[in-house]
Design a protein around this ligand. Structure first.
Ligand code: NAP
Ligand code: G4F
Length: 375
């Protein structure tokens, strides 16, 4: 039976990876951070299971990492912890560097100091953001890096220090160069989730407009649940190697909006250009018209806001997953783009419906209390 340690276990990928490893019989340990509000929604359903354990540690704190690694003595470490938001990295570049760059070094050194350098397999969460201002499309393992944000520059350090420790100390450490992967558990400020939540709220009358940045930005979006399997496959490989993990299919932010709104019953058309571009209702399904009578053809639902522009933006990410397909036997098309959008929109439609039901119960309760119907 193997023991794994996951940093960033409360995140999108950490939660899916935990489920995956538990299903394989692993003893799963994860690091969490102290905060004034315990927000562990994504792993709440796993807490209390006998093979699931949590420890306090922070990637900015070497001692906490040495303590947890030497105590758990994992066979595998998945370093998923990061300040993972590209736009936020422009506002907090030093913090991002401390966690996403030096934090990786701290993990590697903690493994050496714990005497695990010869046995522990380490996965580092690298990113397609390393390709940044891209020098070729699609991008593969040999494409030159050109990081284009403080986040990507920090992640490039993490990527290279892993390679260095692999070569200098013969450690089994490798990086997955993962392209964007999304899910119903994606943070709400990443563009896909922002869109699916807005589509659900607009359909149910809880929001009137969605403001976005660059609608023409292109991404290779996959399903996070499929991608965590590849992290595991990389650590079961005969030798430590880096892999591009992507679907091989590219879409724009505008496309994502089109499919998400279409799924709730709204067909959009985009008019205008650049900062003046707008997403307008072209048609509404009869079913949605019954549920939400406020919506009408011609309504503007999407506008561009400069607040979401980045000082430098990565606009053309498109991965070539051939190596992972051939060497790891991984299927990059397990969940299609349309299925991914559907999974996310369905989850957000349910979430908004539950919120509305809660509001309605609260309103009724207040009314009943005021009228003395309930005491
Ligand atoms: P996420 O949802 O933002 O989760 C990030 C995790 O890191 C959270 O558990 C967070 O803990 C933790 N964390 C942040 N700062 C930390 C610190 N100083 N010490 C310890 N833990 C810290 O990210 P994700 O989407 O799951 O991504 C997982 C990893 O893959 C990240 O490294 C990300 O950069 C990388 N990546 C993601 C994608 C993608 O498309 N999702 C693509 C390529 C690479 P809290 O909950 O306490 O904040
Ligand atoms: O959803 P995003 O914020 O993801 P981004 O920047 O690609 O980063 C994510 O994927 C990386 C892998 O390539 C990870 F390493 C990273 O940790 C993170 O998970 O933005 C996607 C695109 C960008 O070009 C952005 O400019 O969408 C564009 N966009 C347009 N409007 C927007 C918005 N992004 C956000 N977050 N919010 C908007 O309103």
């Amino acid at each position: 039976m193997k023991t794994a340690l996951i940093t960033g276990i409360t995140g999108q990928d950490g939660s899916f990876l935990s489920e995956f490893l538990l299903s394989k019989g692993y003893e799963v340990h994860g690091t969490i951070r102290r905060s004034s509000v315990d927000y562990r929604e994504r792993i709440a359903h796993l807490e209390g299971q006998p093979k699931f354990h949590l420890h306090y540690a922070d990637l900015g704190d070497s001692m906490s990492l040495i303590r947890v690694i030497s105590k758990v003595r994992p066979d595998e470490i998945y370093n998923l912890a990061a300040q993972s938001h590209v736009q936020v990295s422009f506002d907090s570049p030093e913090f991002t560097a401390n966690v996403d760059a030096t934090g990786v070094l701290r993990i590697l050194e903690a493994v050496r100091l714990s005497g695990l350098a010869d046995t522990c397999h380490i996965y580092q969460a690298s990113t397609s953001e390393l390709y940044g201002k891209v020098e070729e499309v699609p991008q593969n393992e040999d494409t030159p890096f050109h990081p284009y944000s403080p986040y990507a520059v920090a992640k490039l350090y993490g990527h290279w220090i892993v390679k260095e420790y692999r070569e200098a100390y013969n450690m089994f450490c490798c990086s997955g160069i993962l392209f964007n992967h999304e899910s119903e558990r994606r943070g709400e400020t990443f563009v896909t989730r922002k869109i699916t939540l807005a589509a659900a709220r607009i359909a149910q009358g809880k929001q009137s407009k969605l403001y976005l940045g660059n609608l023409s930005s292109l991404r290779d979006w996959g399903y996070a649940k499929d991608y965590v399997e590849c992290m595991w496959l990389m650590l079961q490989n005969d030798k430590p190697e880096d892999f591009v993990i992507a679907t091989g299919i590219q879409h724009s932010v505008r496309d994502f909006c089109y499919y998400a709104f279409k799924h709730v019953g709204i067909e959009l058309e985009f008019v205008g250009e650049g900062a003046d571009e707008k997403g307008v209702i072209k048609s509404i399904t009869p079913q949605l018209s019954v549920v939400n009578k406020q919506l009408a053809v011609g309504d503007v639902l999407i506008e561009v806001s400069a607040d979401f522009f980045r000082p430098t933006d990565v606009v053309n990410l498109w991965g070539d997953p051939s190596k992972a397909k051939e060497k790891l036997g991984w299927n990059p098309q397990k969940t299609t783009f349309e299925e991914l959008v559907k999974i996310m929109v369905d989850a957000d439609m349910a979430k908004v419906a539950v919120e509305r039901a809660g509001e309605s119960i609260r309103t009724n309760l207040v009314e009943y209390l005021e009228k003395g119907i309930v005491k």
